[in-house]
Design a protein around this ligand. Structure first.
Ligand SMILES: *[C@@H]1O[C@H](CO)[C@@H](O)[C@H](O)[C@H]1NC(C)=O
Ligand SMILES: *[C@@H]1O[C@H](CO)[C@@H](O)[C@H](O)[C@H]1NC(C)=O
Length: 243
């Protein structure tokens, strides 16, 4: 339901040479003004910690402080009211990455990502399997919902009738109603999703909300190829079901 912003941390050593090179200038950079997180990363670096340690520790501060309400637990609840977390860590020397996506019920997403990097040959684990992995690695499983995220979700669901959301070409009309949604029945309005949207009250296809670009003018010598109306597509065959 909510777009998620991302905190990006970069830790680098300016000359790109050995750590012990006196010309080296270590730096910790963050995208937003997450001061405590940046200070933690800097602290790690100035105590001769590794770049990966600095990244992990800095991001972990943000995860606990719930920076901007979009990092860490209790932020950006999804359509079911659940907060899930994404994190990625890259080692610039080896270009190896470890990442988790849609991590459920574990607060320490960046540390789980680092475990993916250092204890598996995978790059990216997602959803419940990422949680299973985290639990095996000793992370604590707990709800990521807070009173604030619950309130945020209630407001979206009850007061705002699930607006905005990411659905289209489903019934009931997602611009007016909450789900659950389904595909419009055969024989009802069939609306090509990029040009029209079904309106459930009138059972017709309505123009999209975004303006359509104007047709290009004909040019001498370069006949304009007007955008051809797309031929109706054959019905998409249902994929075979796994036994
Ligand atoms: C940063 O750390 C200080 C000292 O621990 C704390 O008082 C402050 O609330 C922190 N800032 C945020 C945004 O959490
Ligand atoms: C970091 O390493 C440098 C060079 O090896 C050393 O001089 C310095 O005392 C170390 N700093 C800390 C805080 O350990």
């Amino acid at each position: 339901m909510y777009a998620t912003s991302v905190a990006i941390f970069i830790v680098c050593f300016l000359t790109g040479t050995a750590r012990s090179d006196p010309r080296n200038v270590p730096m910790a950079i963050t995208t937003w003004t997450f001061k405590n997180a940046t200070l933690r990363a800097w602290d790690v670096l100035s105590n001769n910690g590794s770049a990966l340690d600095a990244i992990e520790q800095g991001v972990a501060v943000c995860e606990c402080e719930q920076c901007d309400g979009t990092v860490g637990y209790g932020g950006s609840p999804d359509e079911d009211g659940e907060t899930t977390l994404d994190a990625l860590i890259m080692n610039g020397k080896t270009m190896n990455v470890g990442a988790v996506g849609g991590l459920r019920r574990v607060k320490n997403a960046i540390s789980v990502a680092r475990h993916v990097l250092e204890h598996t040959r995978h790059s990216f684990l997602v959803g419940d399997q990422a949680t299973e992995f985290a639990v095996q690695m000793g992370f604590h499983e707990e709800s990521l919902t807070t009173p604030d995220s619950k309130k945020m979700w209630m407001e979206w669901h009850n007061a705002k009738n699930c607006q905005p959301n990411f659905w289209f070409n489903v019934l009931p009309d997602p611009l007016k109603h909450c789900g659950p949604y389904s595909i419009p029945p055969k024989g009802g309005p069939v609306c090509p999703s990029t040009t029209c949207m079904p309106d459930t009250t009138t059972s017709t296809c309505q123009p999209p909300k975004v303006p359509v670009p104007p047709p290009c003018p004909a040019k001498k010598g370069f006949p304009c190829r007007a955008r051809r109306r797309a031929a109706p597509r054959p019905a998409r065959p249902a994929p075979p079901r796994c036994p």
